[in-house]
Design a protein around this ligand. Structure first.
Ligand code: ZZB
Length: 261
């Protein structure tokens, strides 16, 4: 599986993350830390409105240089080691750990997004075993992201978050003949999905959104407006790689690398 790993620079840490990081003393205050969500849909990056972390995952922070650090799961870092992403081949340059729950409320800059700076919010259904364990929220085109956003806003107290962190406006970025320019909210309504726990319907909605978005979608935002998604996808992917805002991250299918880092 080939993901695009996006470099989202931390603009502000949550109070809790700030405490953990400054007490560890391993990251110079002048350094940039990037949270690294992994996506299969670079063409949707215009529509990012939040960044999801799992409150129950412990993430690692990895040193790229004296001034650049990446934040992702240990598991993804062990894969990155063999892909020339870290400075020394074969070595995981981990400098510290931080809990996902501590990251919530931080803010990051999101390359290409109409929103620019977005808040980090929690998502319980993130899998440790996939991607980098961070997910960029695109509620216009991802049914999972749309329903999680609604849930968090409705039950902010239960999730221990400030409702203002949850972005309420999906950005129309892809138009489809079948479901208009906000395919995820449309499918969530049509399939009567009420909560992130409606796993079966969410899976169906996701598959449909992937297919219709890719085969019938036309860009409705940004420099490739009017271009079919199939064509725009490779161009936007390349643009993100060329600008240095993203890198390719590959995951061996079904293989678990168990070497400890
Ligand atoms: C932005 C985005 C925009 C995504 C969209 C999807 C869609 P898949 O589809 O199951 O193979 N993701 C990435 N890592 C994780 C994780 N660890 N746990 C849970 N979800 C994860 O997985 C790939 C997609 O699932 C990724 O692409 C990411 O969300 C999320 F408009 O990134 B995506 C119809 C889907 N649309």
């Amino acid at each position: 599986q080939e993901y695009i790993a996006l470099k989202c620079k931390v603009m502000d840490w949550s109070a809790r993350a700030m405490e953990v990081i400054s007490s560890s003393n391993n990251i110079p205050s002048s350094a940039d830390v990037f949270m690294i969500p992994a996506t299969l849909r670079p063409e949707t990056m215009y529509g990012q409105t939040n960044l999801f972390v799992s409150p129950t995952i412990t993430y690692g922070i990895f040193k790229i240089s004296d001034t650049i650090f990446y934040l992702a799961t240990d598991r993804s870092a062990r894969n990155m080691v063999f892909q020339g992403i870290f400075p020394d081949w074969g070595t995981v340059p981990k400098v510290m750990e931080i809990k996902g729950s501590d990251l919530v409320g931080s803010s990051v800059r999101t390359p290409l997004s109409a929103r620019d700076v977005v808040y980090v919010i929690p998502m319980d259904t993130i899998k440790e075993t996939k991607g980098t364990g961070l997910v960029t929220s695109v509620p216009s085109d991802s049914p999972d992201d749309h329903i999680m956003t609604l849930e968090l806003f409705k039950k902010a107290t239960h999730y221990g978050i400030d409702p203002q962190w949850v972005c309420q406006d999906s950005i129309p970025i892809i138009d489809t003949p079948e479901y208009g320019n906000l395919i995820a909210p449309t499918l969530v309504k049509k399939l009567k999905i009420n909560s992130p726990k409606d796993e079966r319907q969410l899976l169906a909605a996701k598959e449909l959104a992937y297919k219709v978005g890719f085969y019938h979608g036309t860009m409705a935002f940004g420099p490739f407006t009017g271009m079919p998604v199939q064509e725009a996808k490779t161009r936007i992917r390349q643009q993100l790689l060329d600008s240095g805002d993203a890198f390719v991250y590959c995951e061996p299918d079904g293989v678990v690398i168990s070497r400890s880092g």
